[in-house]
Design a protein around this ligand. Sequence first.
Ligand SMILES: *[C@@H]1O[C@H](CO)[C@@H](O)[C@H](O)[C@H]1NC(C)=O
Ligand SMILES: *[C@@H]1O[C@H](CO)[C@@H](O)[C@H](O)[C@H]1NC(C)=O
Ligand SMILES: *[C@@H]1O[C@H](CO)[C@@H](O)[C@H](O)[C@H]1NC(C)=O
Ligand SMILES: *[C@@H]1O[C@H](CO)[C@@H](O)[C@H](O)[C@H]1NC(C)=O
Ligand SMILES: *[C@@H]1O[C@H](CO)[C@@H](O)[C@H](O)[C@H]1NC(C)=O
Ligand SMILES: *[C@@H]1O[C@H](CO)[C@@H](O)[C@H](O)[C@H]1NC(C)=O
Ligand SMILES: *[C@@H]1O[C@H](CO)[C@@H](O)[C@H](O)[C@H]1NC(C)=O
Length: 508
Amino acid sequence: MDFIFRLLCALTVSVSLQSTVSAASRRTEDSSNVWEKRIRTSLNLLQRRPCWGLSEQAECHDRAIFSNPDTQKMRLYTAAGPKKVRVVLPDRKQRRLAHHSSRNNSYDAVFVIDPFPEASFGHLVFLFLVSYDVNETTCNKTLNGAYIFTDRSECIRRAEKFHCRNRVTTRQVKCEINFIPMVYYKDDSVKARRLRCRQKLINLRFATCPALENFPTRCSDNKPRCDNRGISKPDRYCSHKRCNHAVLVSGGWNSFASRQRYRRRLHNVWALLHSTMRYRKQFIRTFLGQGQKRELAKDQIEKTYVVDRTTKVRQYISNLCRSILCVETLTLYLTGPANSDGALMFWDRDQVGITDESKLYTPKQLLDDIRNCSARRVFLIADYSYSGAMINRLRNRISRHPDQFRNIMAISSTDWGEYAGRNNFTDVFIEKNKEGPVTKSVIQVFKDVKRDLRGSLSTPQIVTAPSSSFINITLDGYESNKSREAAKDFHPCKLIPRTDLPSSLPEK
Ligand SMILES: *[C@@H]1O[C@H](CO)[C@@H](O)[C@H](O)[C@H]1NC(C)=O
Ligand SMILES: *[C@@H]1O[C@H](CO)[C@@H](O)[C@H](O)[C@H]1NC(C)=O
Ligand SMILES: *[C@@H]1O[C@H](CO)[C@@H](O)[C@H](O)[C@H]1NC(C)=O
Ligand SMILES: *[C@@H]1O[C@H](CO)[C@@H](O)[C@H](O)[C@H]1NC(C)=O
Ligand SMILES: *[C@@H]1O[C@H](CO)[C@@H](O)[C@H](O)[C@H]1NC(C)=O
Ligand SMILES: *[C@@H]1O[C@H](CO)[C@@H](O)[C@H](O)[C@H]1NC(C)=O
Ligand SMILES: *[C@@H]1O[C@H](CO)[C@@H](O)[C@H](O)[C@H]1NC(C)=O
């Protein structure tokens, strides 16, 4: 009797416990009250103690961001149960985000505050992890978190990156959380996205939520179903004319990181090269790492390829650089989301939220593709976050192997630790190329751009091989300081003098 009574009691207790838990979960899922409390607590703490919640060794830059926070300029993303959520950041493998977390990074709720919603990714974001039913002592002392009571005990922790610290001391890499993570329910095999943008809680207001970009997954460079018509290879050998060529590339990553502005830039750069600099249409190739071609120039689309991995882009660029006598000036333009190593990121096509070789175009790969390039000159223009990291690497390479990079000039929109996109580097670069009564050298354009962007978040960088003989040359290989009228007659292709042809011709 006594036993049955106790069993009944236990059953009743467990049933009522379960029902309160699930009721609470349901409430939490969409209760703006609870979110308001979590976010106010975190913002207040950040305002008083900018490095709150970080371990002692962590980088704590950007102390000023929350000193006088205007939430309407920040974007908010939230996700919460009924189930635990898993949080994944784009790294080569999944990493721990807080002390005392498992590698799986499962939490009861998460939220992200993006203080620079207009900037390109990567850029600093603040990621918070919420665990339920943790008592105040454990939260304060063990988890280094902030305790709040909603209708239960909650502990809010700030996520940080642990694994990149060793690299920071030896190389210039920012160790910060710089992407919106992928968040899905634990055990959800299709990994449906749970993070959503919120513009309004109870009293708190945030920046407006953007339209999310999408990638038509059935479209890829190696599937003929897509209207790609195959990527024709550049000639291996030219015996008649040497022409100007250009390759324009944009990355994508995911719907949070992709931007319509990348396609607008590809369009505008294409127009500059074709209309002002007279590059031939068939010699300007565009590689889109992020879907829709709609925003591109009408004539551009024909030579545009939707790619969801870097292989085809790399092949095309290195083929151009290995061709014989075909390329006079080669202009490479790169934009899109990037990681803090300066690698451009392509679409996360298998939606695992983690990067791998095929999704990254790293500075090392890029420089491998263009070293010893057979083009007479190479202009490399990079407008993405941390693009200065690529410039630094090139500077290093030039000092170690000047002979491999003697014909290159590279320009980036940012220094290595800076974010792109708040300024309009590409637009200004285009404008400066067209401006004034006489033609402008690329170096002069760079100086003008830098002057115009003074005071913005990022500082354009330049590197030129010391031996380069084209310091005063324009983007199409013409002389600078000539009248624009005269420049109109300049041809982007040059006849190859007989004396330049090798005595034994390679097989065509
Ligand atoms: C982490 O996830 C994997 C795969 O989902 C699972 O096998 C493992 O048990 C999990 N580990 C923990 C500590 O939850
Ligand atoms: C808080 O939780 C920890 C771990 O669960 C436990 O050891 C500790 O006794 C609890 N403290 C209080 C004050 O309840
Ligand atoms: C936890 O930390 C808060 C804020 O520092 C403090 O007010 C509170 O007394 C602490 N509680 C415990 C149990 O340590
Ligand atoms: C690059 O060119 C240099 C000098 O012409 C040559 O010594 C070197 O072997 C070349 N390297 C590669 C990888 O082609
Ligand atoms: C770049 O942005 C600045 C400030 O927003 C604006 O004044 C300028 O006109 C823009 N330049 C171009 C070429 O779009
Ligand atoms: C480029 O022009 C500058 C003047 O603006 C001149 O001093 C310099 O010698 C020129 N460089 C070359 C390589 O012609
Ligand atoms: C070209 O013109 C600019 C300004 O008009 C002048 O500063 C520069 O020295 C000139 N460069 C050459 C090579 O004449």
